[in-house]
Design a protein around this ligand. Structure first.
Ligand code: TUI
Length: 311
């Protein structure tokens, strides 16, 4: 049996990415019901909102699910407290070092899977007791590191003993086979789940992902030290203008405030932050989570025999 599935109690070694706003209880339950691990994204939400989401998810699925905690959130501490009380099966973290919460999470029986974007961070997480790491390449959406999935994954696989989940740019079964070839024990998929029936993001956001082409998922915020990948629109162009004019940190940050809500809730495709990875260009339709998950695992043999025929 796959050791990631054993760790998290799923049928398939696939985790849904913890996308702020987008990854609600509905999406997490949809993914978990289909045999993957759904994650509720805490994003920038306060603890009690996250508690409600966990409770809602429990009404929608009896399968294991997790919560993704964005460590740059001002509410990270109280969200962790809620998680320790509510005890979802898994906690994934992003955008920081979850070291100070590790002991309490593990004592509560929660599996901890930090997202990492470097080998050093992966090693540190293993040493601090992480159960697995999610190696996220720069192809991913949202807040990103510098190293590509192709180069990051095998280096982390070689550096740690714990299971490695490969993330960033995995749009179909070919990407999944590539991830397993690089030594990963599982895959994390974000962008493609935006275009699931169960995702309650605004239809305009979903259509923007479907329309996206290869160069449309652009990075802003490199100058402020928090690079974010999102679909090109008026907002990203404004960002790029401010950054090229060396505007103040505050002015640049101010532009992004409320951007995710504008995209997710209002369907504002011009001034909303349409966070998505480079794989958006490969997403072509809206479908049930179950069909998305099956598409990553059903045709593995066909991909492998294609490889055999070509080499
Ligand atoms: O966290 C993410 N992706 C995100 S978070 C997010 S919310 C947001 N909204 C507006 C601006 C910025 C963020 C949207 N997307 N992915 C996981 C991830 N973690 N990628 C990179 C990292 C990371 C980076 C540095 C993890 C650890 C780290 O180490 C810091 C340290 O303390 O050494």
């Amino acid at each position: 049996m796959n050791r990631l599935c054993e760790l998290i109690g799923t049928e398939y070694p696939i985790i849904q990415g913890g996308m702020a706003w987008v990854a609600t209880a509905e999406l997490a339950a949809g993914v978990s019901n289909a045999g993957g691990l759904g994650l509720i994204a805490a994003g920038g939400a306060p603890g009690e909102v996250v508690r409600e989401q966990i409770k809602k998810c429990r009404t929608l699925t009896d399968k294991p699910f997790g919560v993704n905690v964005m460590l740059m959130s001002p509410f990270a501490e109280e969200v962790m407290q809620v998680i320790i009380e509510e005890k979802p099966a898994v906690v994934a973290t992003g955008a920081g070092n979850p070291g100070k919460y590790m002991e309490a999470l593990k004592a509560a029986g929660i599996k901890v899977m930090p997202v990492v974007a470097s080998v050093a961070m992966a090693k540190r997480m293993e040493k601090q007791g992480a159960d697995a790491v999610i190696a996220e390449g720069t192809e991913a959406g949202g807040h990103i590191g510098e190293i590509t999935t192709m180069c990051l994954t095998p280096q982390i696989v070689d550096a740690v003993e714990i299971p490695v989940v490969c993330a960033g740019g995995i749009a179909d079964v070919r990407g999944a086979v590539a991830a397993f070839a690089l030594g990963a024990d599982g895959i994390q998929v974000g962008t493609r789940f935006i275009c699931s029936d169960e995702c309650i993001a605004h239809e305009n956001y979903k259509q923007a992902v479907i329309k996206a082409k290869d160069r449309d998922a652009v990075v802003t915020g490199r100058s402020t030290g928090a690079p974010v990948r999102a679909l090109k629109n008026k907002l990203t162009r404004e960002y790029q203008r401010l950054e090229s004019e060396n505007a103040s940190f505050e002015e640049i940050e101010q532009l992004g405030v409320g951007g995710l809500r504008r995209a997710f809730q209002d369907g504002d495709v011009q001034m909303g932050s349409l966070m998505a990875g480079q794989s958006a260009a490969m997403v072509t339709k809206i479908e049930p989570c179950a069909d998305i998950i099956k598409s990553y695992f059903e045709d593995i043999d066909a991909v492998l025999s294609g490889i055999r025929e070509r080499i």
